[in-house]
Design a protein around this ligand. Structure first.
Ligand code: ADP
Length: 300
């Protein structure tokens, strides 16, 4: 396992930020870490990267304990904090050389050039950090996280504040990096999770409320959404009276969005109702739930 967290609890004074969080991430996985603001994502990330000790619980990174063997954990993990703290007065090469020195990287000069190329900094590489756009600063942040070739990469909101083009570029880069590394990344953007991650962990008030592959999390529910479009309006109460229908929302004249219990054959009952009402069915289908819907349901 690249990351193994067991029963991690964290208090800031009296306030509990994490209440017994357990999960593990296999080598090579890209996992999205989601949750509303204040859920505990950054706290968990700081614990994994040895920036904060947990109040209770155990974490191992690449087999090394974060308390007993933190030196080895630091060698195995790269971290891009939410604030991406950089030294604005330094030149890119100067800064990356400095970070490489902190990690005791061999062949520093060669490695710095390699990493500049890898994160796509080449066209800007002669500049000072304060002269860079936000997108390029994020690349410098990624470069410092990767300079010592860690097995695990922890990225705290790596794309926040980027414009759509920068966003695409940085996502592409993370996907590329993820082919070689284990990645845990936090984000508020659901499309990002769908575009980059194979698995998602959702945390709410310091506790995990979901941990599934992205492809199956949308199915993990007892209800489904059905779309019914008829050539005329019918009384909405007749739809609500069907066994298995929880609620109905009118989208437009004759078009309804129906929340139904799974396994109650509501689809065929709707067909039968349309016949009874002398209405033509123009459309009747199951709507795919979005990750956003799932997130809202789980974290509200
Ligand atoms: P997230 O990253 O999901 O937004 P955080 O891990 O930053 O959540 O915060 C979790 C909880 O811990 C929040 O209630 C936050 O206010 C609190 N918290 C975070 N850092 C500190 C701190 N240094 N001192 C006191 N409380 C903190």
């Amino acid at each position: 396992m690249s990351i193994e967290a067991k029963n991690v609890t964290k208090f800031y004074g009296e306030q509990a930020a994490l209440g017994g969080v357990s999960f593990s991430v296999k080598r090579g996985e890209i996992v999205g870490f989601l949750g509303p603001n204040g859920a505990g994502k950054s706290t968990m990330m700081k614990i994994i990267t040895c920036y904060l000790p947990p109040s209770k619980g155990d974490v191992k990174v690449a087999g090394h304990d974060i308390i007993d063997d933190s030196l080895n954990v630091r060698k195995k993990v790269g971290y891009l904090p939410e604030t991406n703290p950089l030294y604005p007065e330094m030149y890119i090469r100067e800064y990356l050389n400095f970070v490489a020195g902190l990690y005791g990287v061999k062949n520093k000069k060669k490695r710095v050039e390699e990493i500049i190329k890898m994160v796509g900094l080449t066209p800007e590489s002669h500049k000072k950090i304060n002269a860079l756009s936000k997108g390029y600063r994020q690349r410098v942040g990624l470069a410092q996280a990767l300079i010592h070739d860690p097995e695990v990469l922890i990225l705290d909101e790596p794309t926040s504040g980027l414009d759509p083009n920068q966003l695409d570029d940085v996502r592409k880069l993370i996907r590329e990096i993820g082919k070689e590394k284990t990645v845990l990344l936090s984000t508020h953007i659901m499309q990002e999770v769908e575009a980059i991650c194979s698995r998602v962990i959702i945390i709410k008030k310091g506790k995990i409320v979901a941990d599934s592959p992205v492809s199956s999390i949308k199915e993990d529910s007892n209800t489904e959404i059905l779309i019914l479009h008829l050539n005329k309006s019918i009384n909405i109460e007749k739809i609500n009276a069907i066994d298995g229908v929880e609620k109905t929302q009118t989208i437009e004249k004759g078009k309804y969005r129906i929340t139904a219990e799974k396994g109650k054959a509501v689809l065929s009952k709707l067909n039968a109702l349309a016949t009874l009402e002398n209405a033509d069915v123009e459309e009747l289908r199951k709507e795919e739930r979005s990750l956003e819907d799932v997130f809202k349901t789980l974290t509200r």
